[in-house]
Structures are given as structure tokens and as C-alpha cells.
Design a protein around this ligand. Structure first.
Ligand code: 5GP
Ligand code: 5GP
Ligand code: 5GP
Length: 208
């Protein structure tokens, strides 16, 4: 087939705090494989442009093929669990991520390597451990956005993007953490652009 040129500048590697996904008006549903660990889970690895825009749904001819990630399935279930309702085994979430985002970097990472890269990135940076080592715990308490940002910056060398959502009582809470990765999908880099994350200066870190 036609060889497509790489057409993006970097990846956002996005992880979600399950307690914050679930602690919303929409609530959540645990996967059919059971309640995930109280740890950050992968949301996605998203090709992006330096101006903040991004490509999506790049190749209808390469649909998600579960057989290509059979060796990764159990690691995916623990590191990339789905929390949307209705409960699922993850395949719908992973398929969505591949079709919308993964197909936009497929000139560099095939489907297997796309998911494998994300799993390896998660292993390289243990966000929960970084935060807990700085005294920032998922205990329902409020922490300064600055303290959270500083802890991750000091541990990784790069400033993260922090995204918040709103809990059922209207509090701003720690929802997603964005790190930037080079186009090979292997090395963390300084973010060319940080997403604007809608956080208050003091945010809740709910338990899960
Ligand atoms: P939301 O509107 O919940 O922030 O984002 C909805 C979806 O848009 C995300 O799940 C993701 O697929 C996509 N998206 C949001 N922001 C970005 C971004 O900065 N870069 C990329 N590549 N995708 C994004
Ligand atoms: P995005 O388009 O923002 O990359 O991905 C969000 C889509 O994946 C939504 O359609 C959402 O329903 C689905 N999804 C399934 N499981 C999850 C989950 O655990 N977290 C998030 N953020 N989205 C999920
Ligand atoms: P999507 O179209 O991406 O499924 O969902 C749109 C938005 O609603 C995303 O921000 C996604 O995270 C959120 N969302 C979708 N399904 C659920 C759910 O079951 N629970 C929660 N808390 N959020 C959801």
C-alpha cells in the first residue's frame, strides 16, 4: 500500500485517575474483569500538532484487530481499564483509541506496537508513586495544583498537563495527567504545548 509520511509532532500520553472518572454525576461502571487497582490508568496515546490541533480517524482501512494484542491483553486489563458504562472488557475502549488516535501514527507504530508503547510508557513513570512520595495521596483531601505539578516535574524532568473534572458536589478534582512523548512513542519530552486543564488552584484527589 501507500506509505504515509508521519504527520504529527508529538504524542500526549494521557492517564486518568479512576476515582475522578467515577466521582461525577455520570458515575462509572467497573470492567467485566473486576474493579481496577487504585492507580492511574491509561486513557490514550494521542498524536498531536504543536499548535494544539490534532489529527483523528486517519485510516478507515485499518480497523482495530483484537488478535494483534492478544499477548498484551492481561496487562491492558490492569493498566488500561475501561470505566465507562455499560461495563465492558476493554475492547470497545481500546478499539476507539486505535481508530481515533492510533491510526494517525500507524506509519511509525503498528497496532501492536502502539499499545505496547503506551504500556511501556506507563511503566517508565509511576505517577501514583511520584505523588504519594510527595505526600499527595488519594484520600479525598485537597492539594494545591502547584504541588502536584511540582512533584511530577521534579520526578520526570518535565512539566505535566493537569486536567480536572467536577465531582458530584461541584469540587474541582484531579482527573487526567498529560505527559509528552516523542514521535517514536518511547521517550518523554518537554511538552511543546500544555493542554489548558480547567483546574482550581486547590483540587481534590478522591479515593478509588
Ligand atoms: P474532552 O472533550 O473530554 O476533553 O476530550 C474528548 C476527546 O477528544 C478525548 O478523549 C480525545 O480523544 C480528544 N482530545 C481532547 N483533547 C485532545 C488533545 O489535546 N489532543 C488530542 N490528540 N486529542 C484530544
Ligand atoms: P477519547 O475520544 O476522549 O479519546 O475517549 C473517550 C471515549 O472512550 C468516550 O467515548 C468514552 O465513552 C470511551 N471510554 C471508555 N472507557 C473509558 C474510560 O475509562 N475513560 C474515558 N475517559 N473514556 C472511556
Ligand atoms: P465519549 O463520547 O468520549 O464516550 O464521552 C464523552 C465524555 O463523557 C467524555 O469526557 C467521557 O469521558 C465521558 N463519559 C462517557 N461515558 C461515561 C461514563 O460512563 N462515566 C463517566 N463518568 N463519564 C463518561
Amino acid at each position: 500500500g501507500v506509505v504515509l509520511a508521519q504527520d504529527f509532532d508529538f504524542f500526549y500520553f494521557v492517564q486518568q485517575w479512576p476515582g475522578s472518572y467515577c466521582d461525577t454525576k455520570k458515575s462509572c461502571c467497573y470492567p467485566t474483569t473486576g474493579k481496577p487497582d487504585a492507580d492511574f490508568g491509561i486513557h490514550g496515546l494521542w498524536p498531536n500538532y504543536k499548535d494544539g490541533s490534532y489529527p483523528s480517524n486517519c485510516d478507515p482501512d485499518t480497523p482495530f484487530d483484537p488478535s494483534k494484542i492478544s499477548d498484551l491483553k492481561s496487562t491492558m486489563q490492569s493498566s488500561w481499564p475501561t470505566l465507562a458504562c455499560p461495563s465492558g472488557n476493554g475492547m470497545t475502549f481500546w478499539s476507539h483509541e486505535w481508530v481515533k488516535h492510533g491510526t494517525c501514527s500507524e506509519s511509525i507504530l503498528n497496532q501492536h506496537d502502539y499499545f505496547d508503547s503506551a504500556l511501556n510508557l506507563k511503566k517508565q513513570v509511576d505517577l501514583l508513586n511520584i505523588l504519594q512520595s510527595a505526600g499527595i495521596n488519594p484520600d479525598g483531601g485537597f492539594y494545591s495544583l502547584r504541588a502536584i505539578t511540582n512533584a511530577i516535574t521534579q520526578a520526570t524532568g518535565y512539566a505535566p498537563g493537569i486536567e480536572c473534572n467536577i465531582d458530584e458536589s461541584g469540587n474541582s478534582q484531579l482527573y487526567q495527567i498529560y505527559l509528552c512523548v516523542d514521535t517514536s512513542g518511547t521517550n518523554f519530552i518537554k511538552c511543546p504545548l500544555l493542554p489548558s486543564g480547567k483546574c482550581s488552584s486547590s483540587i481534590e484527589f478522591p479515593s478509588f
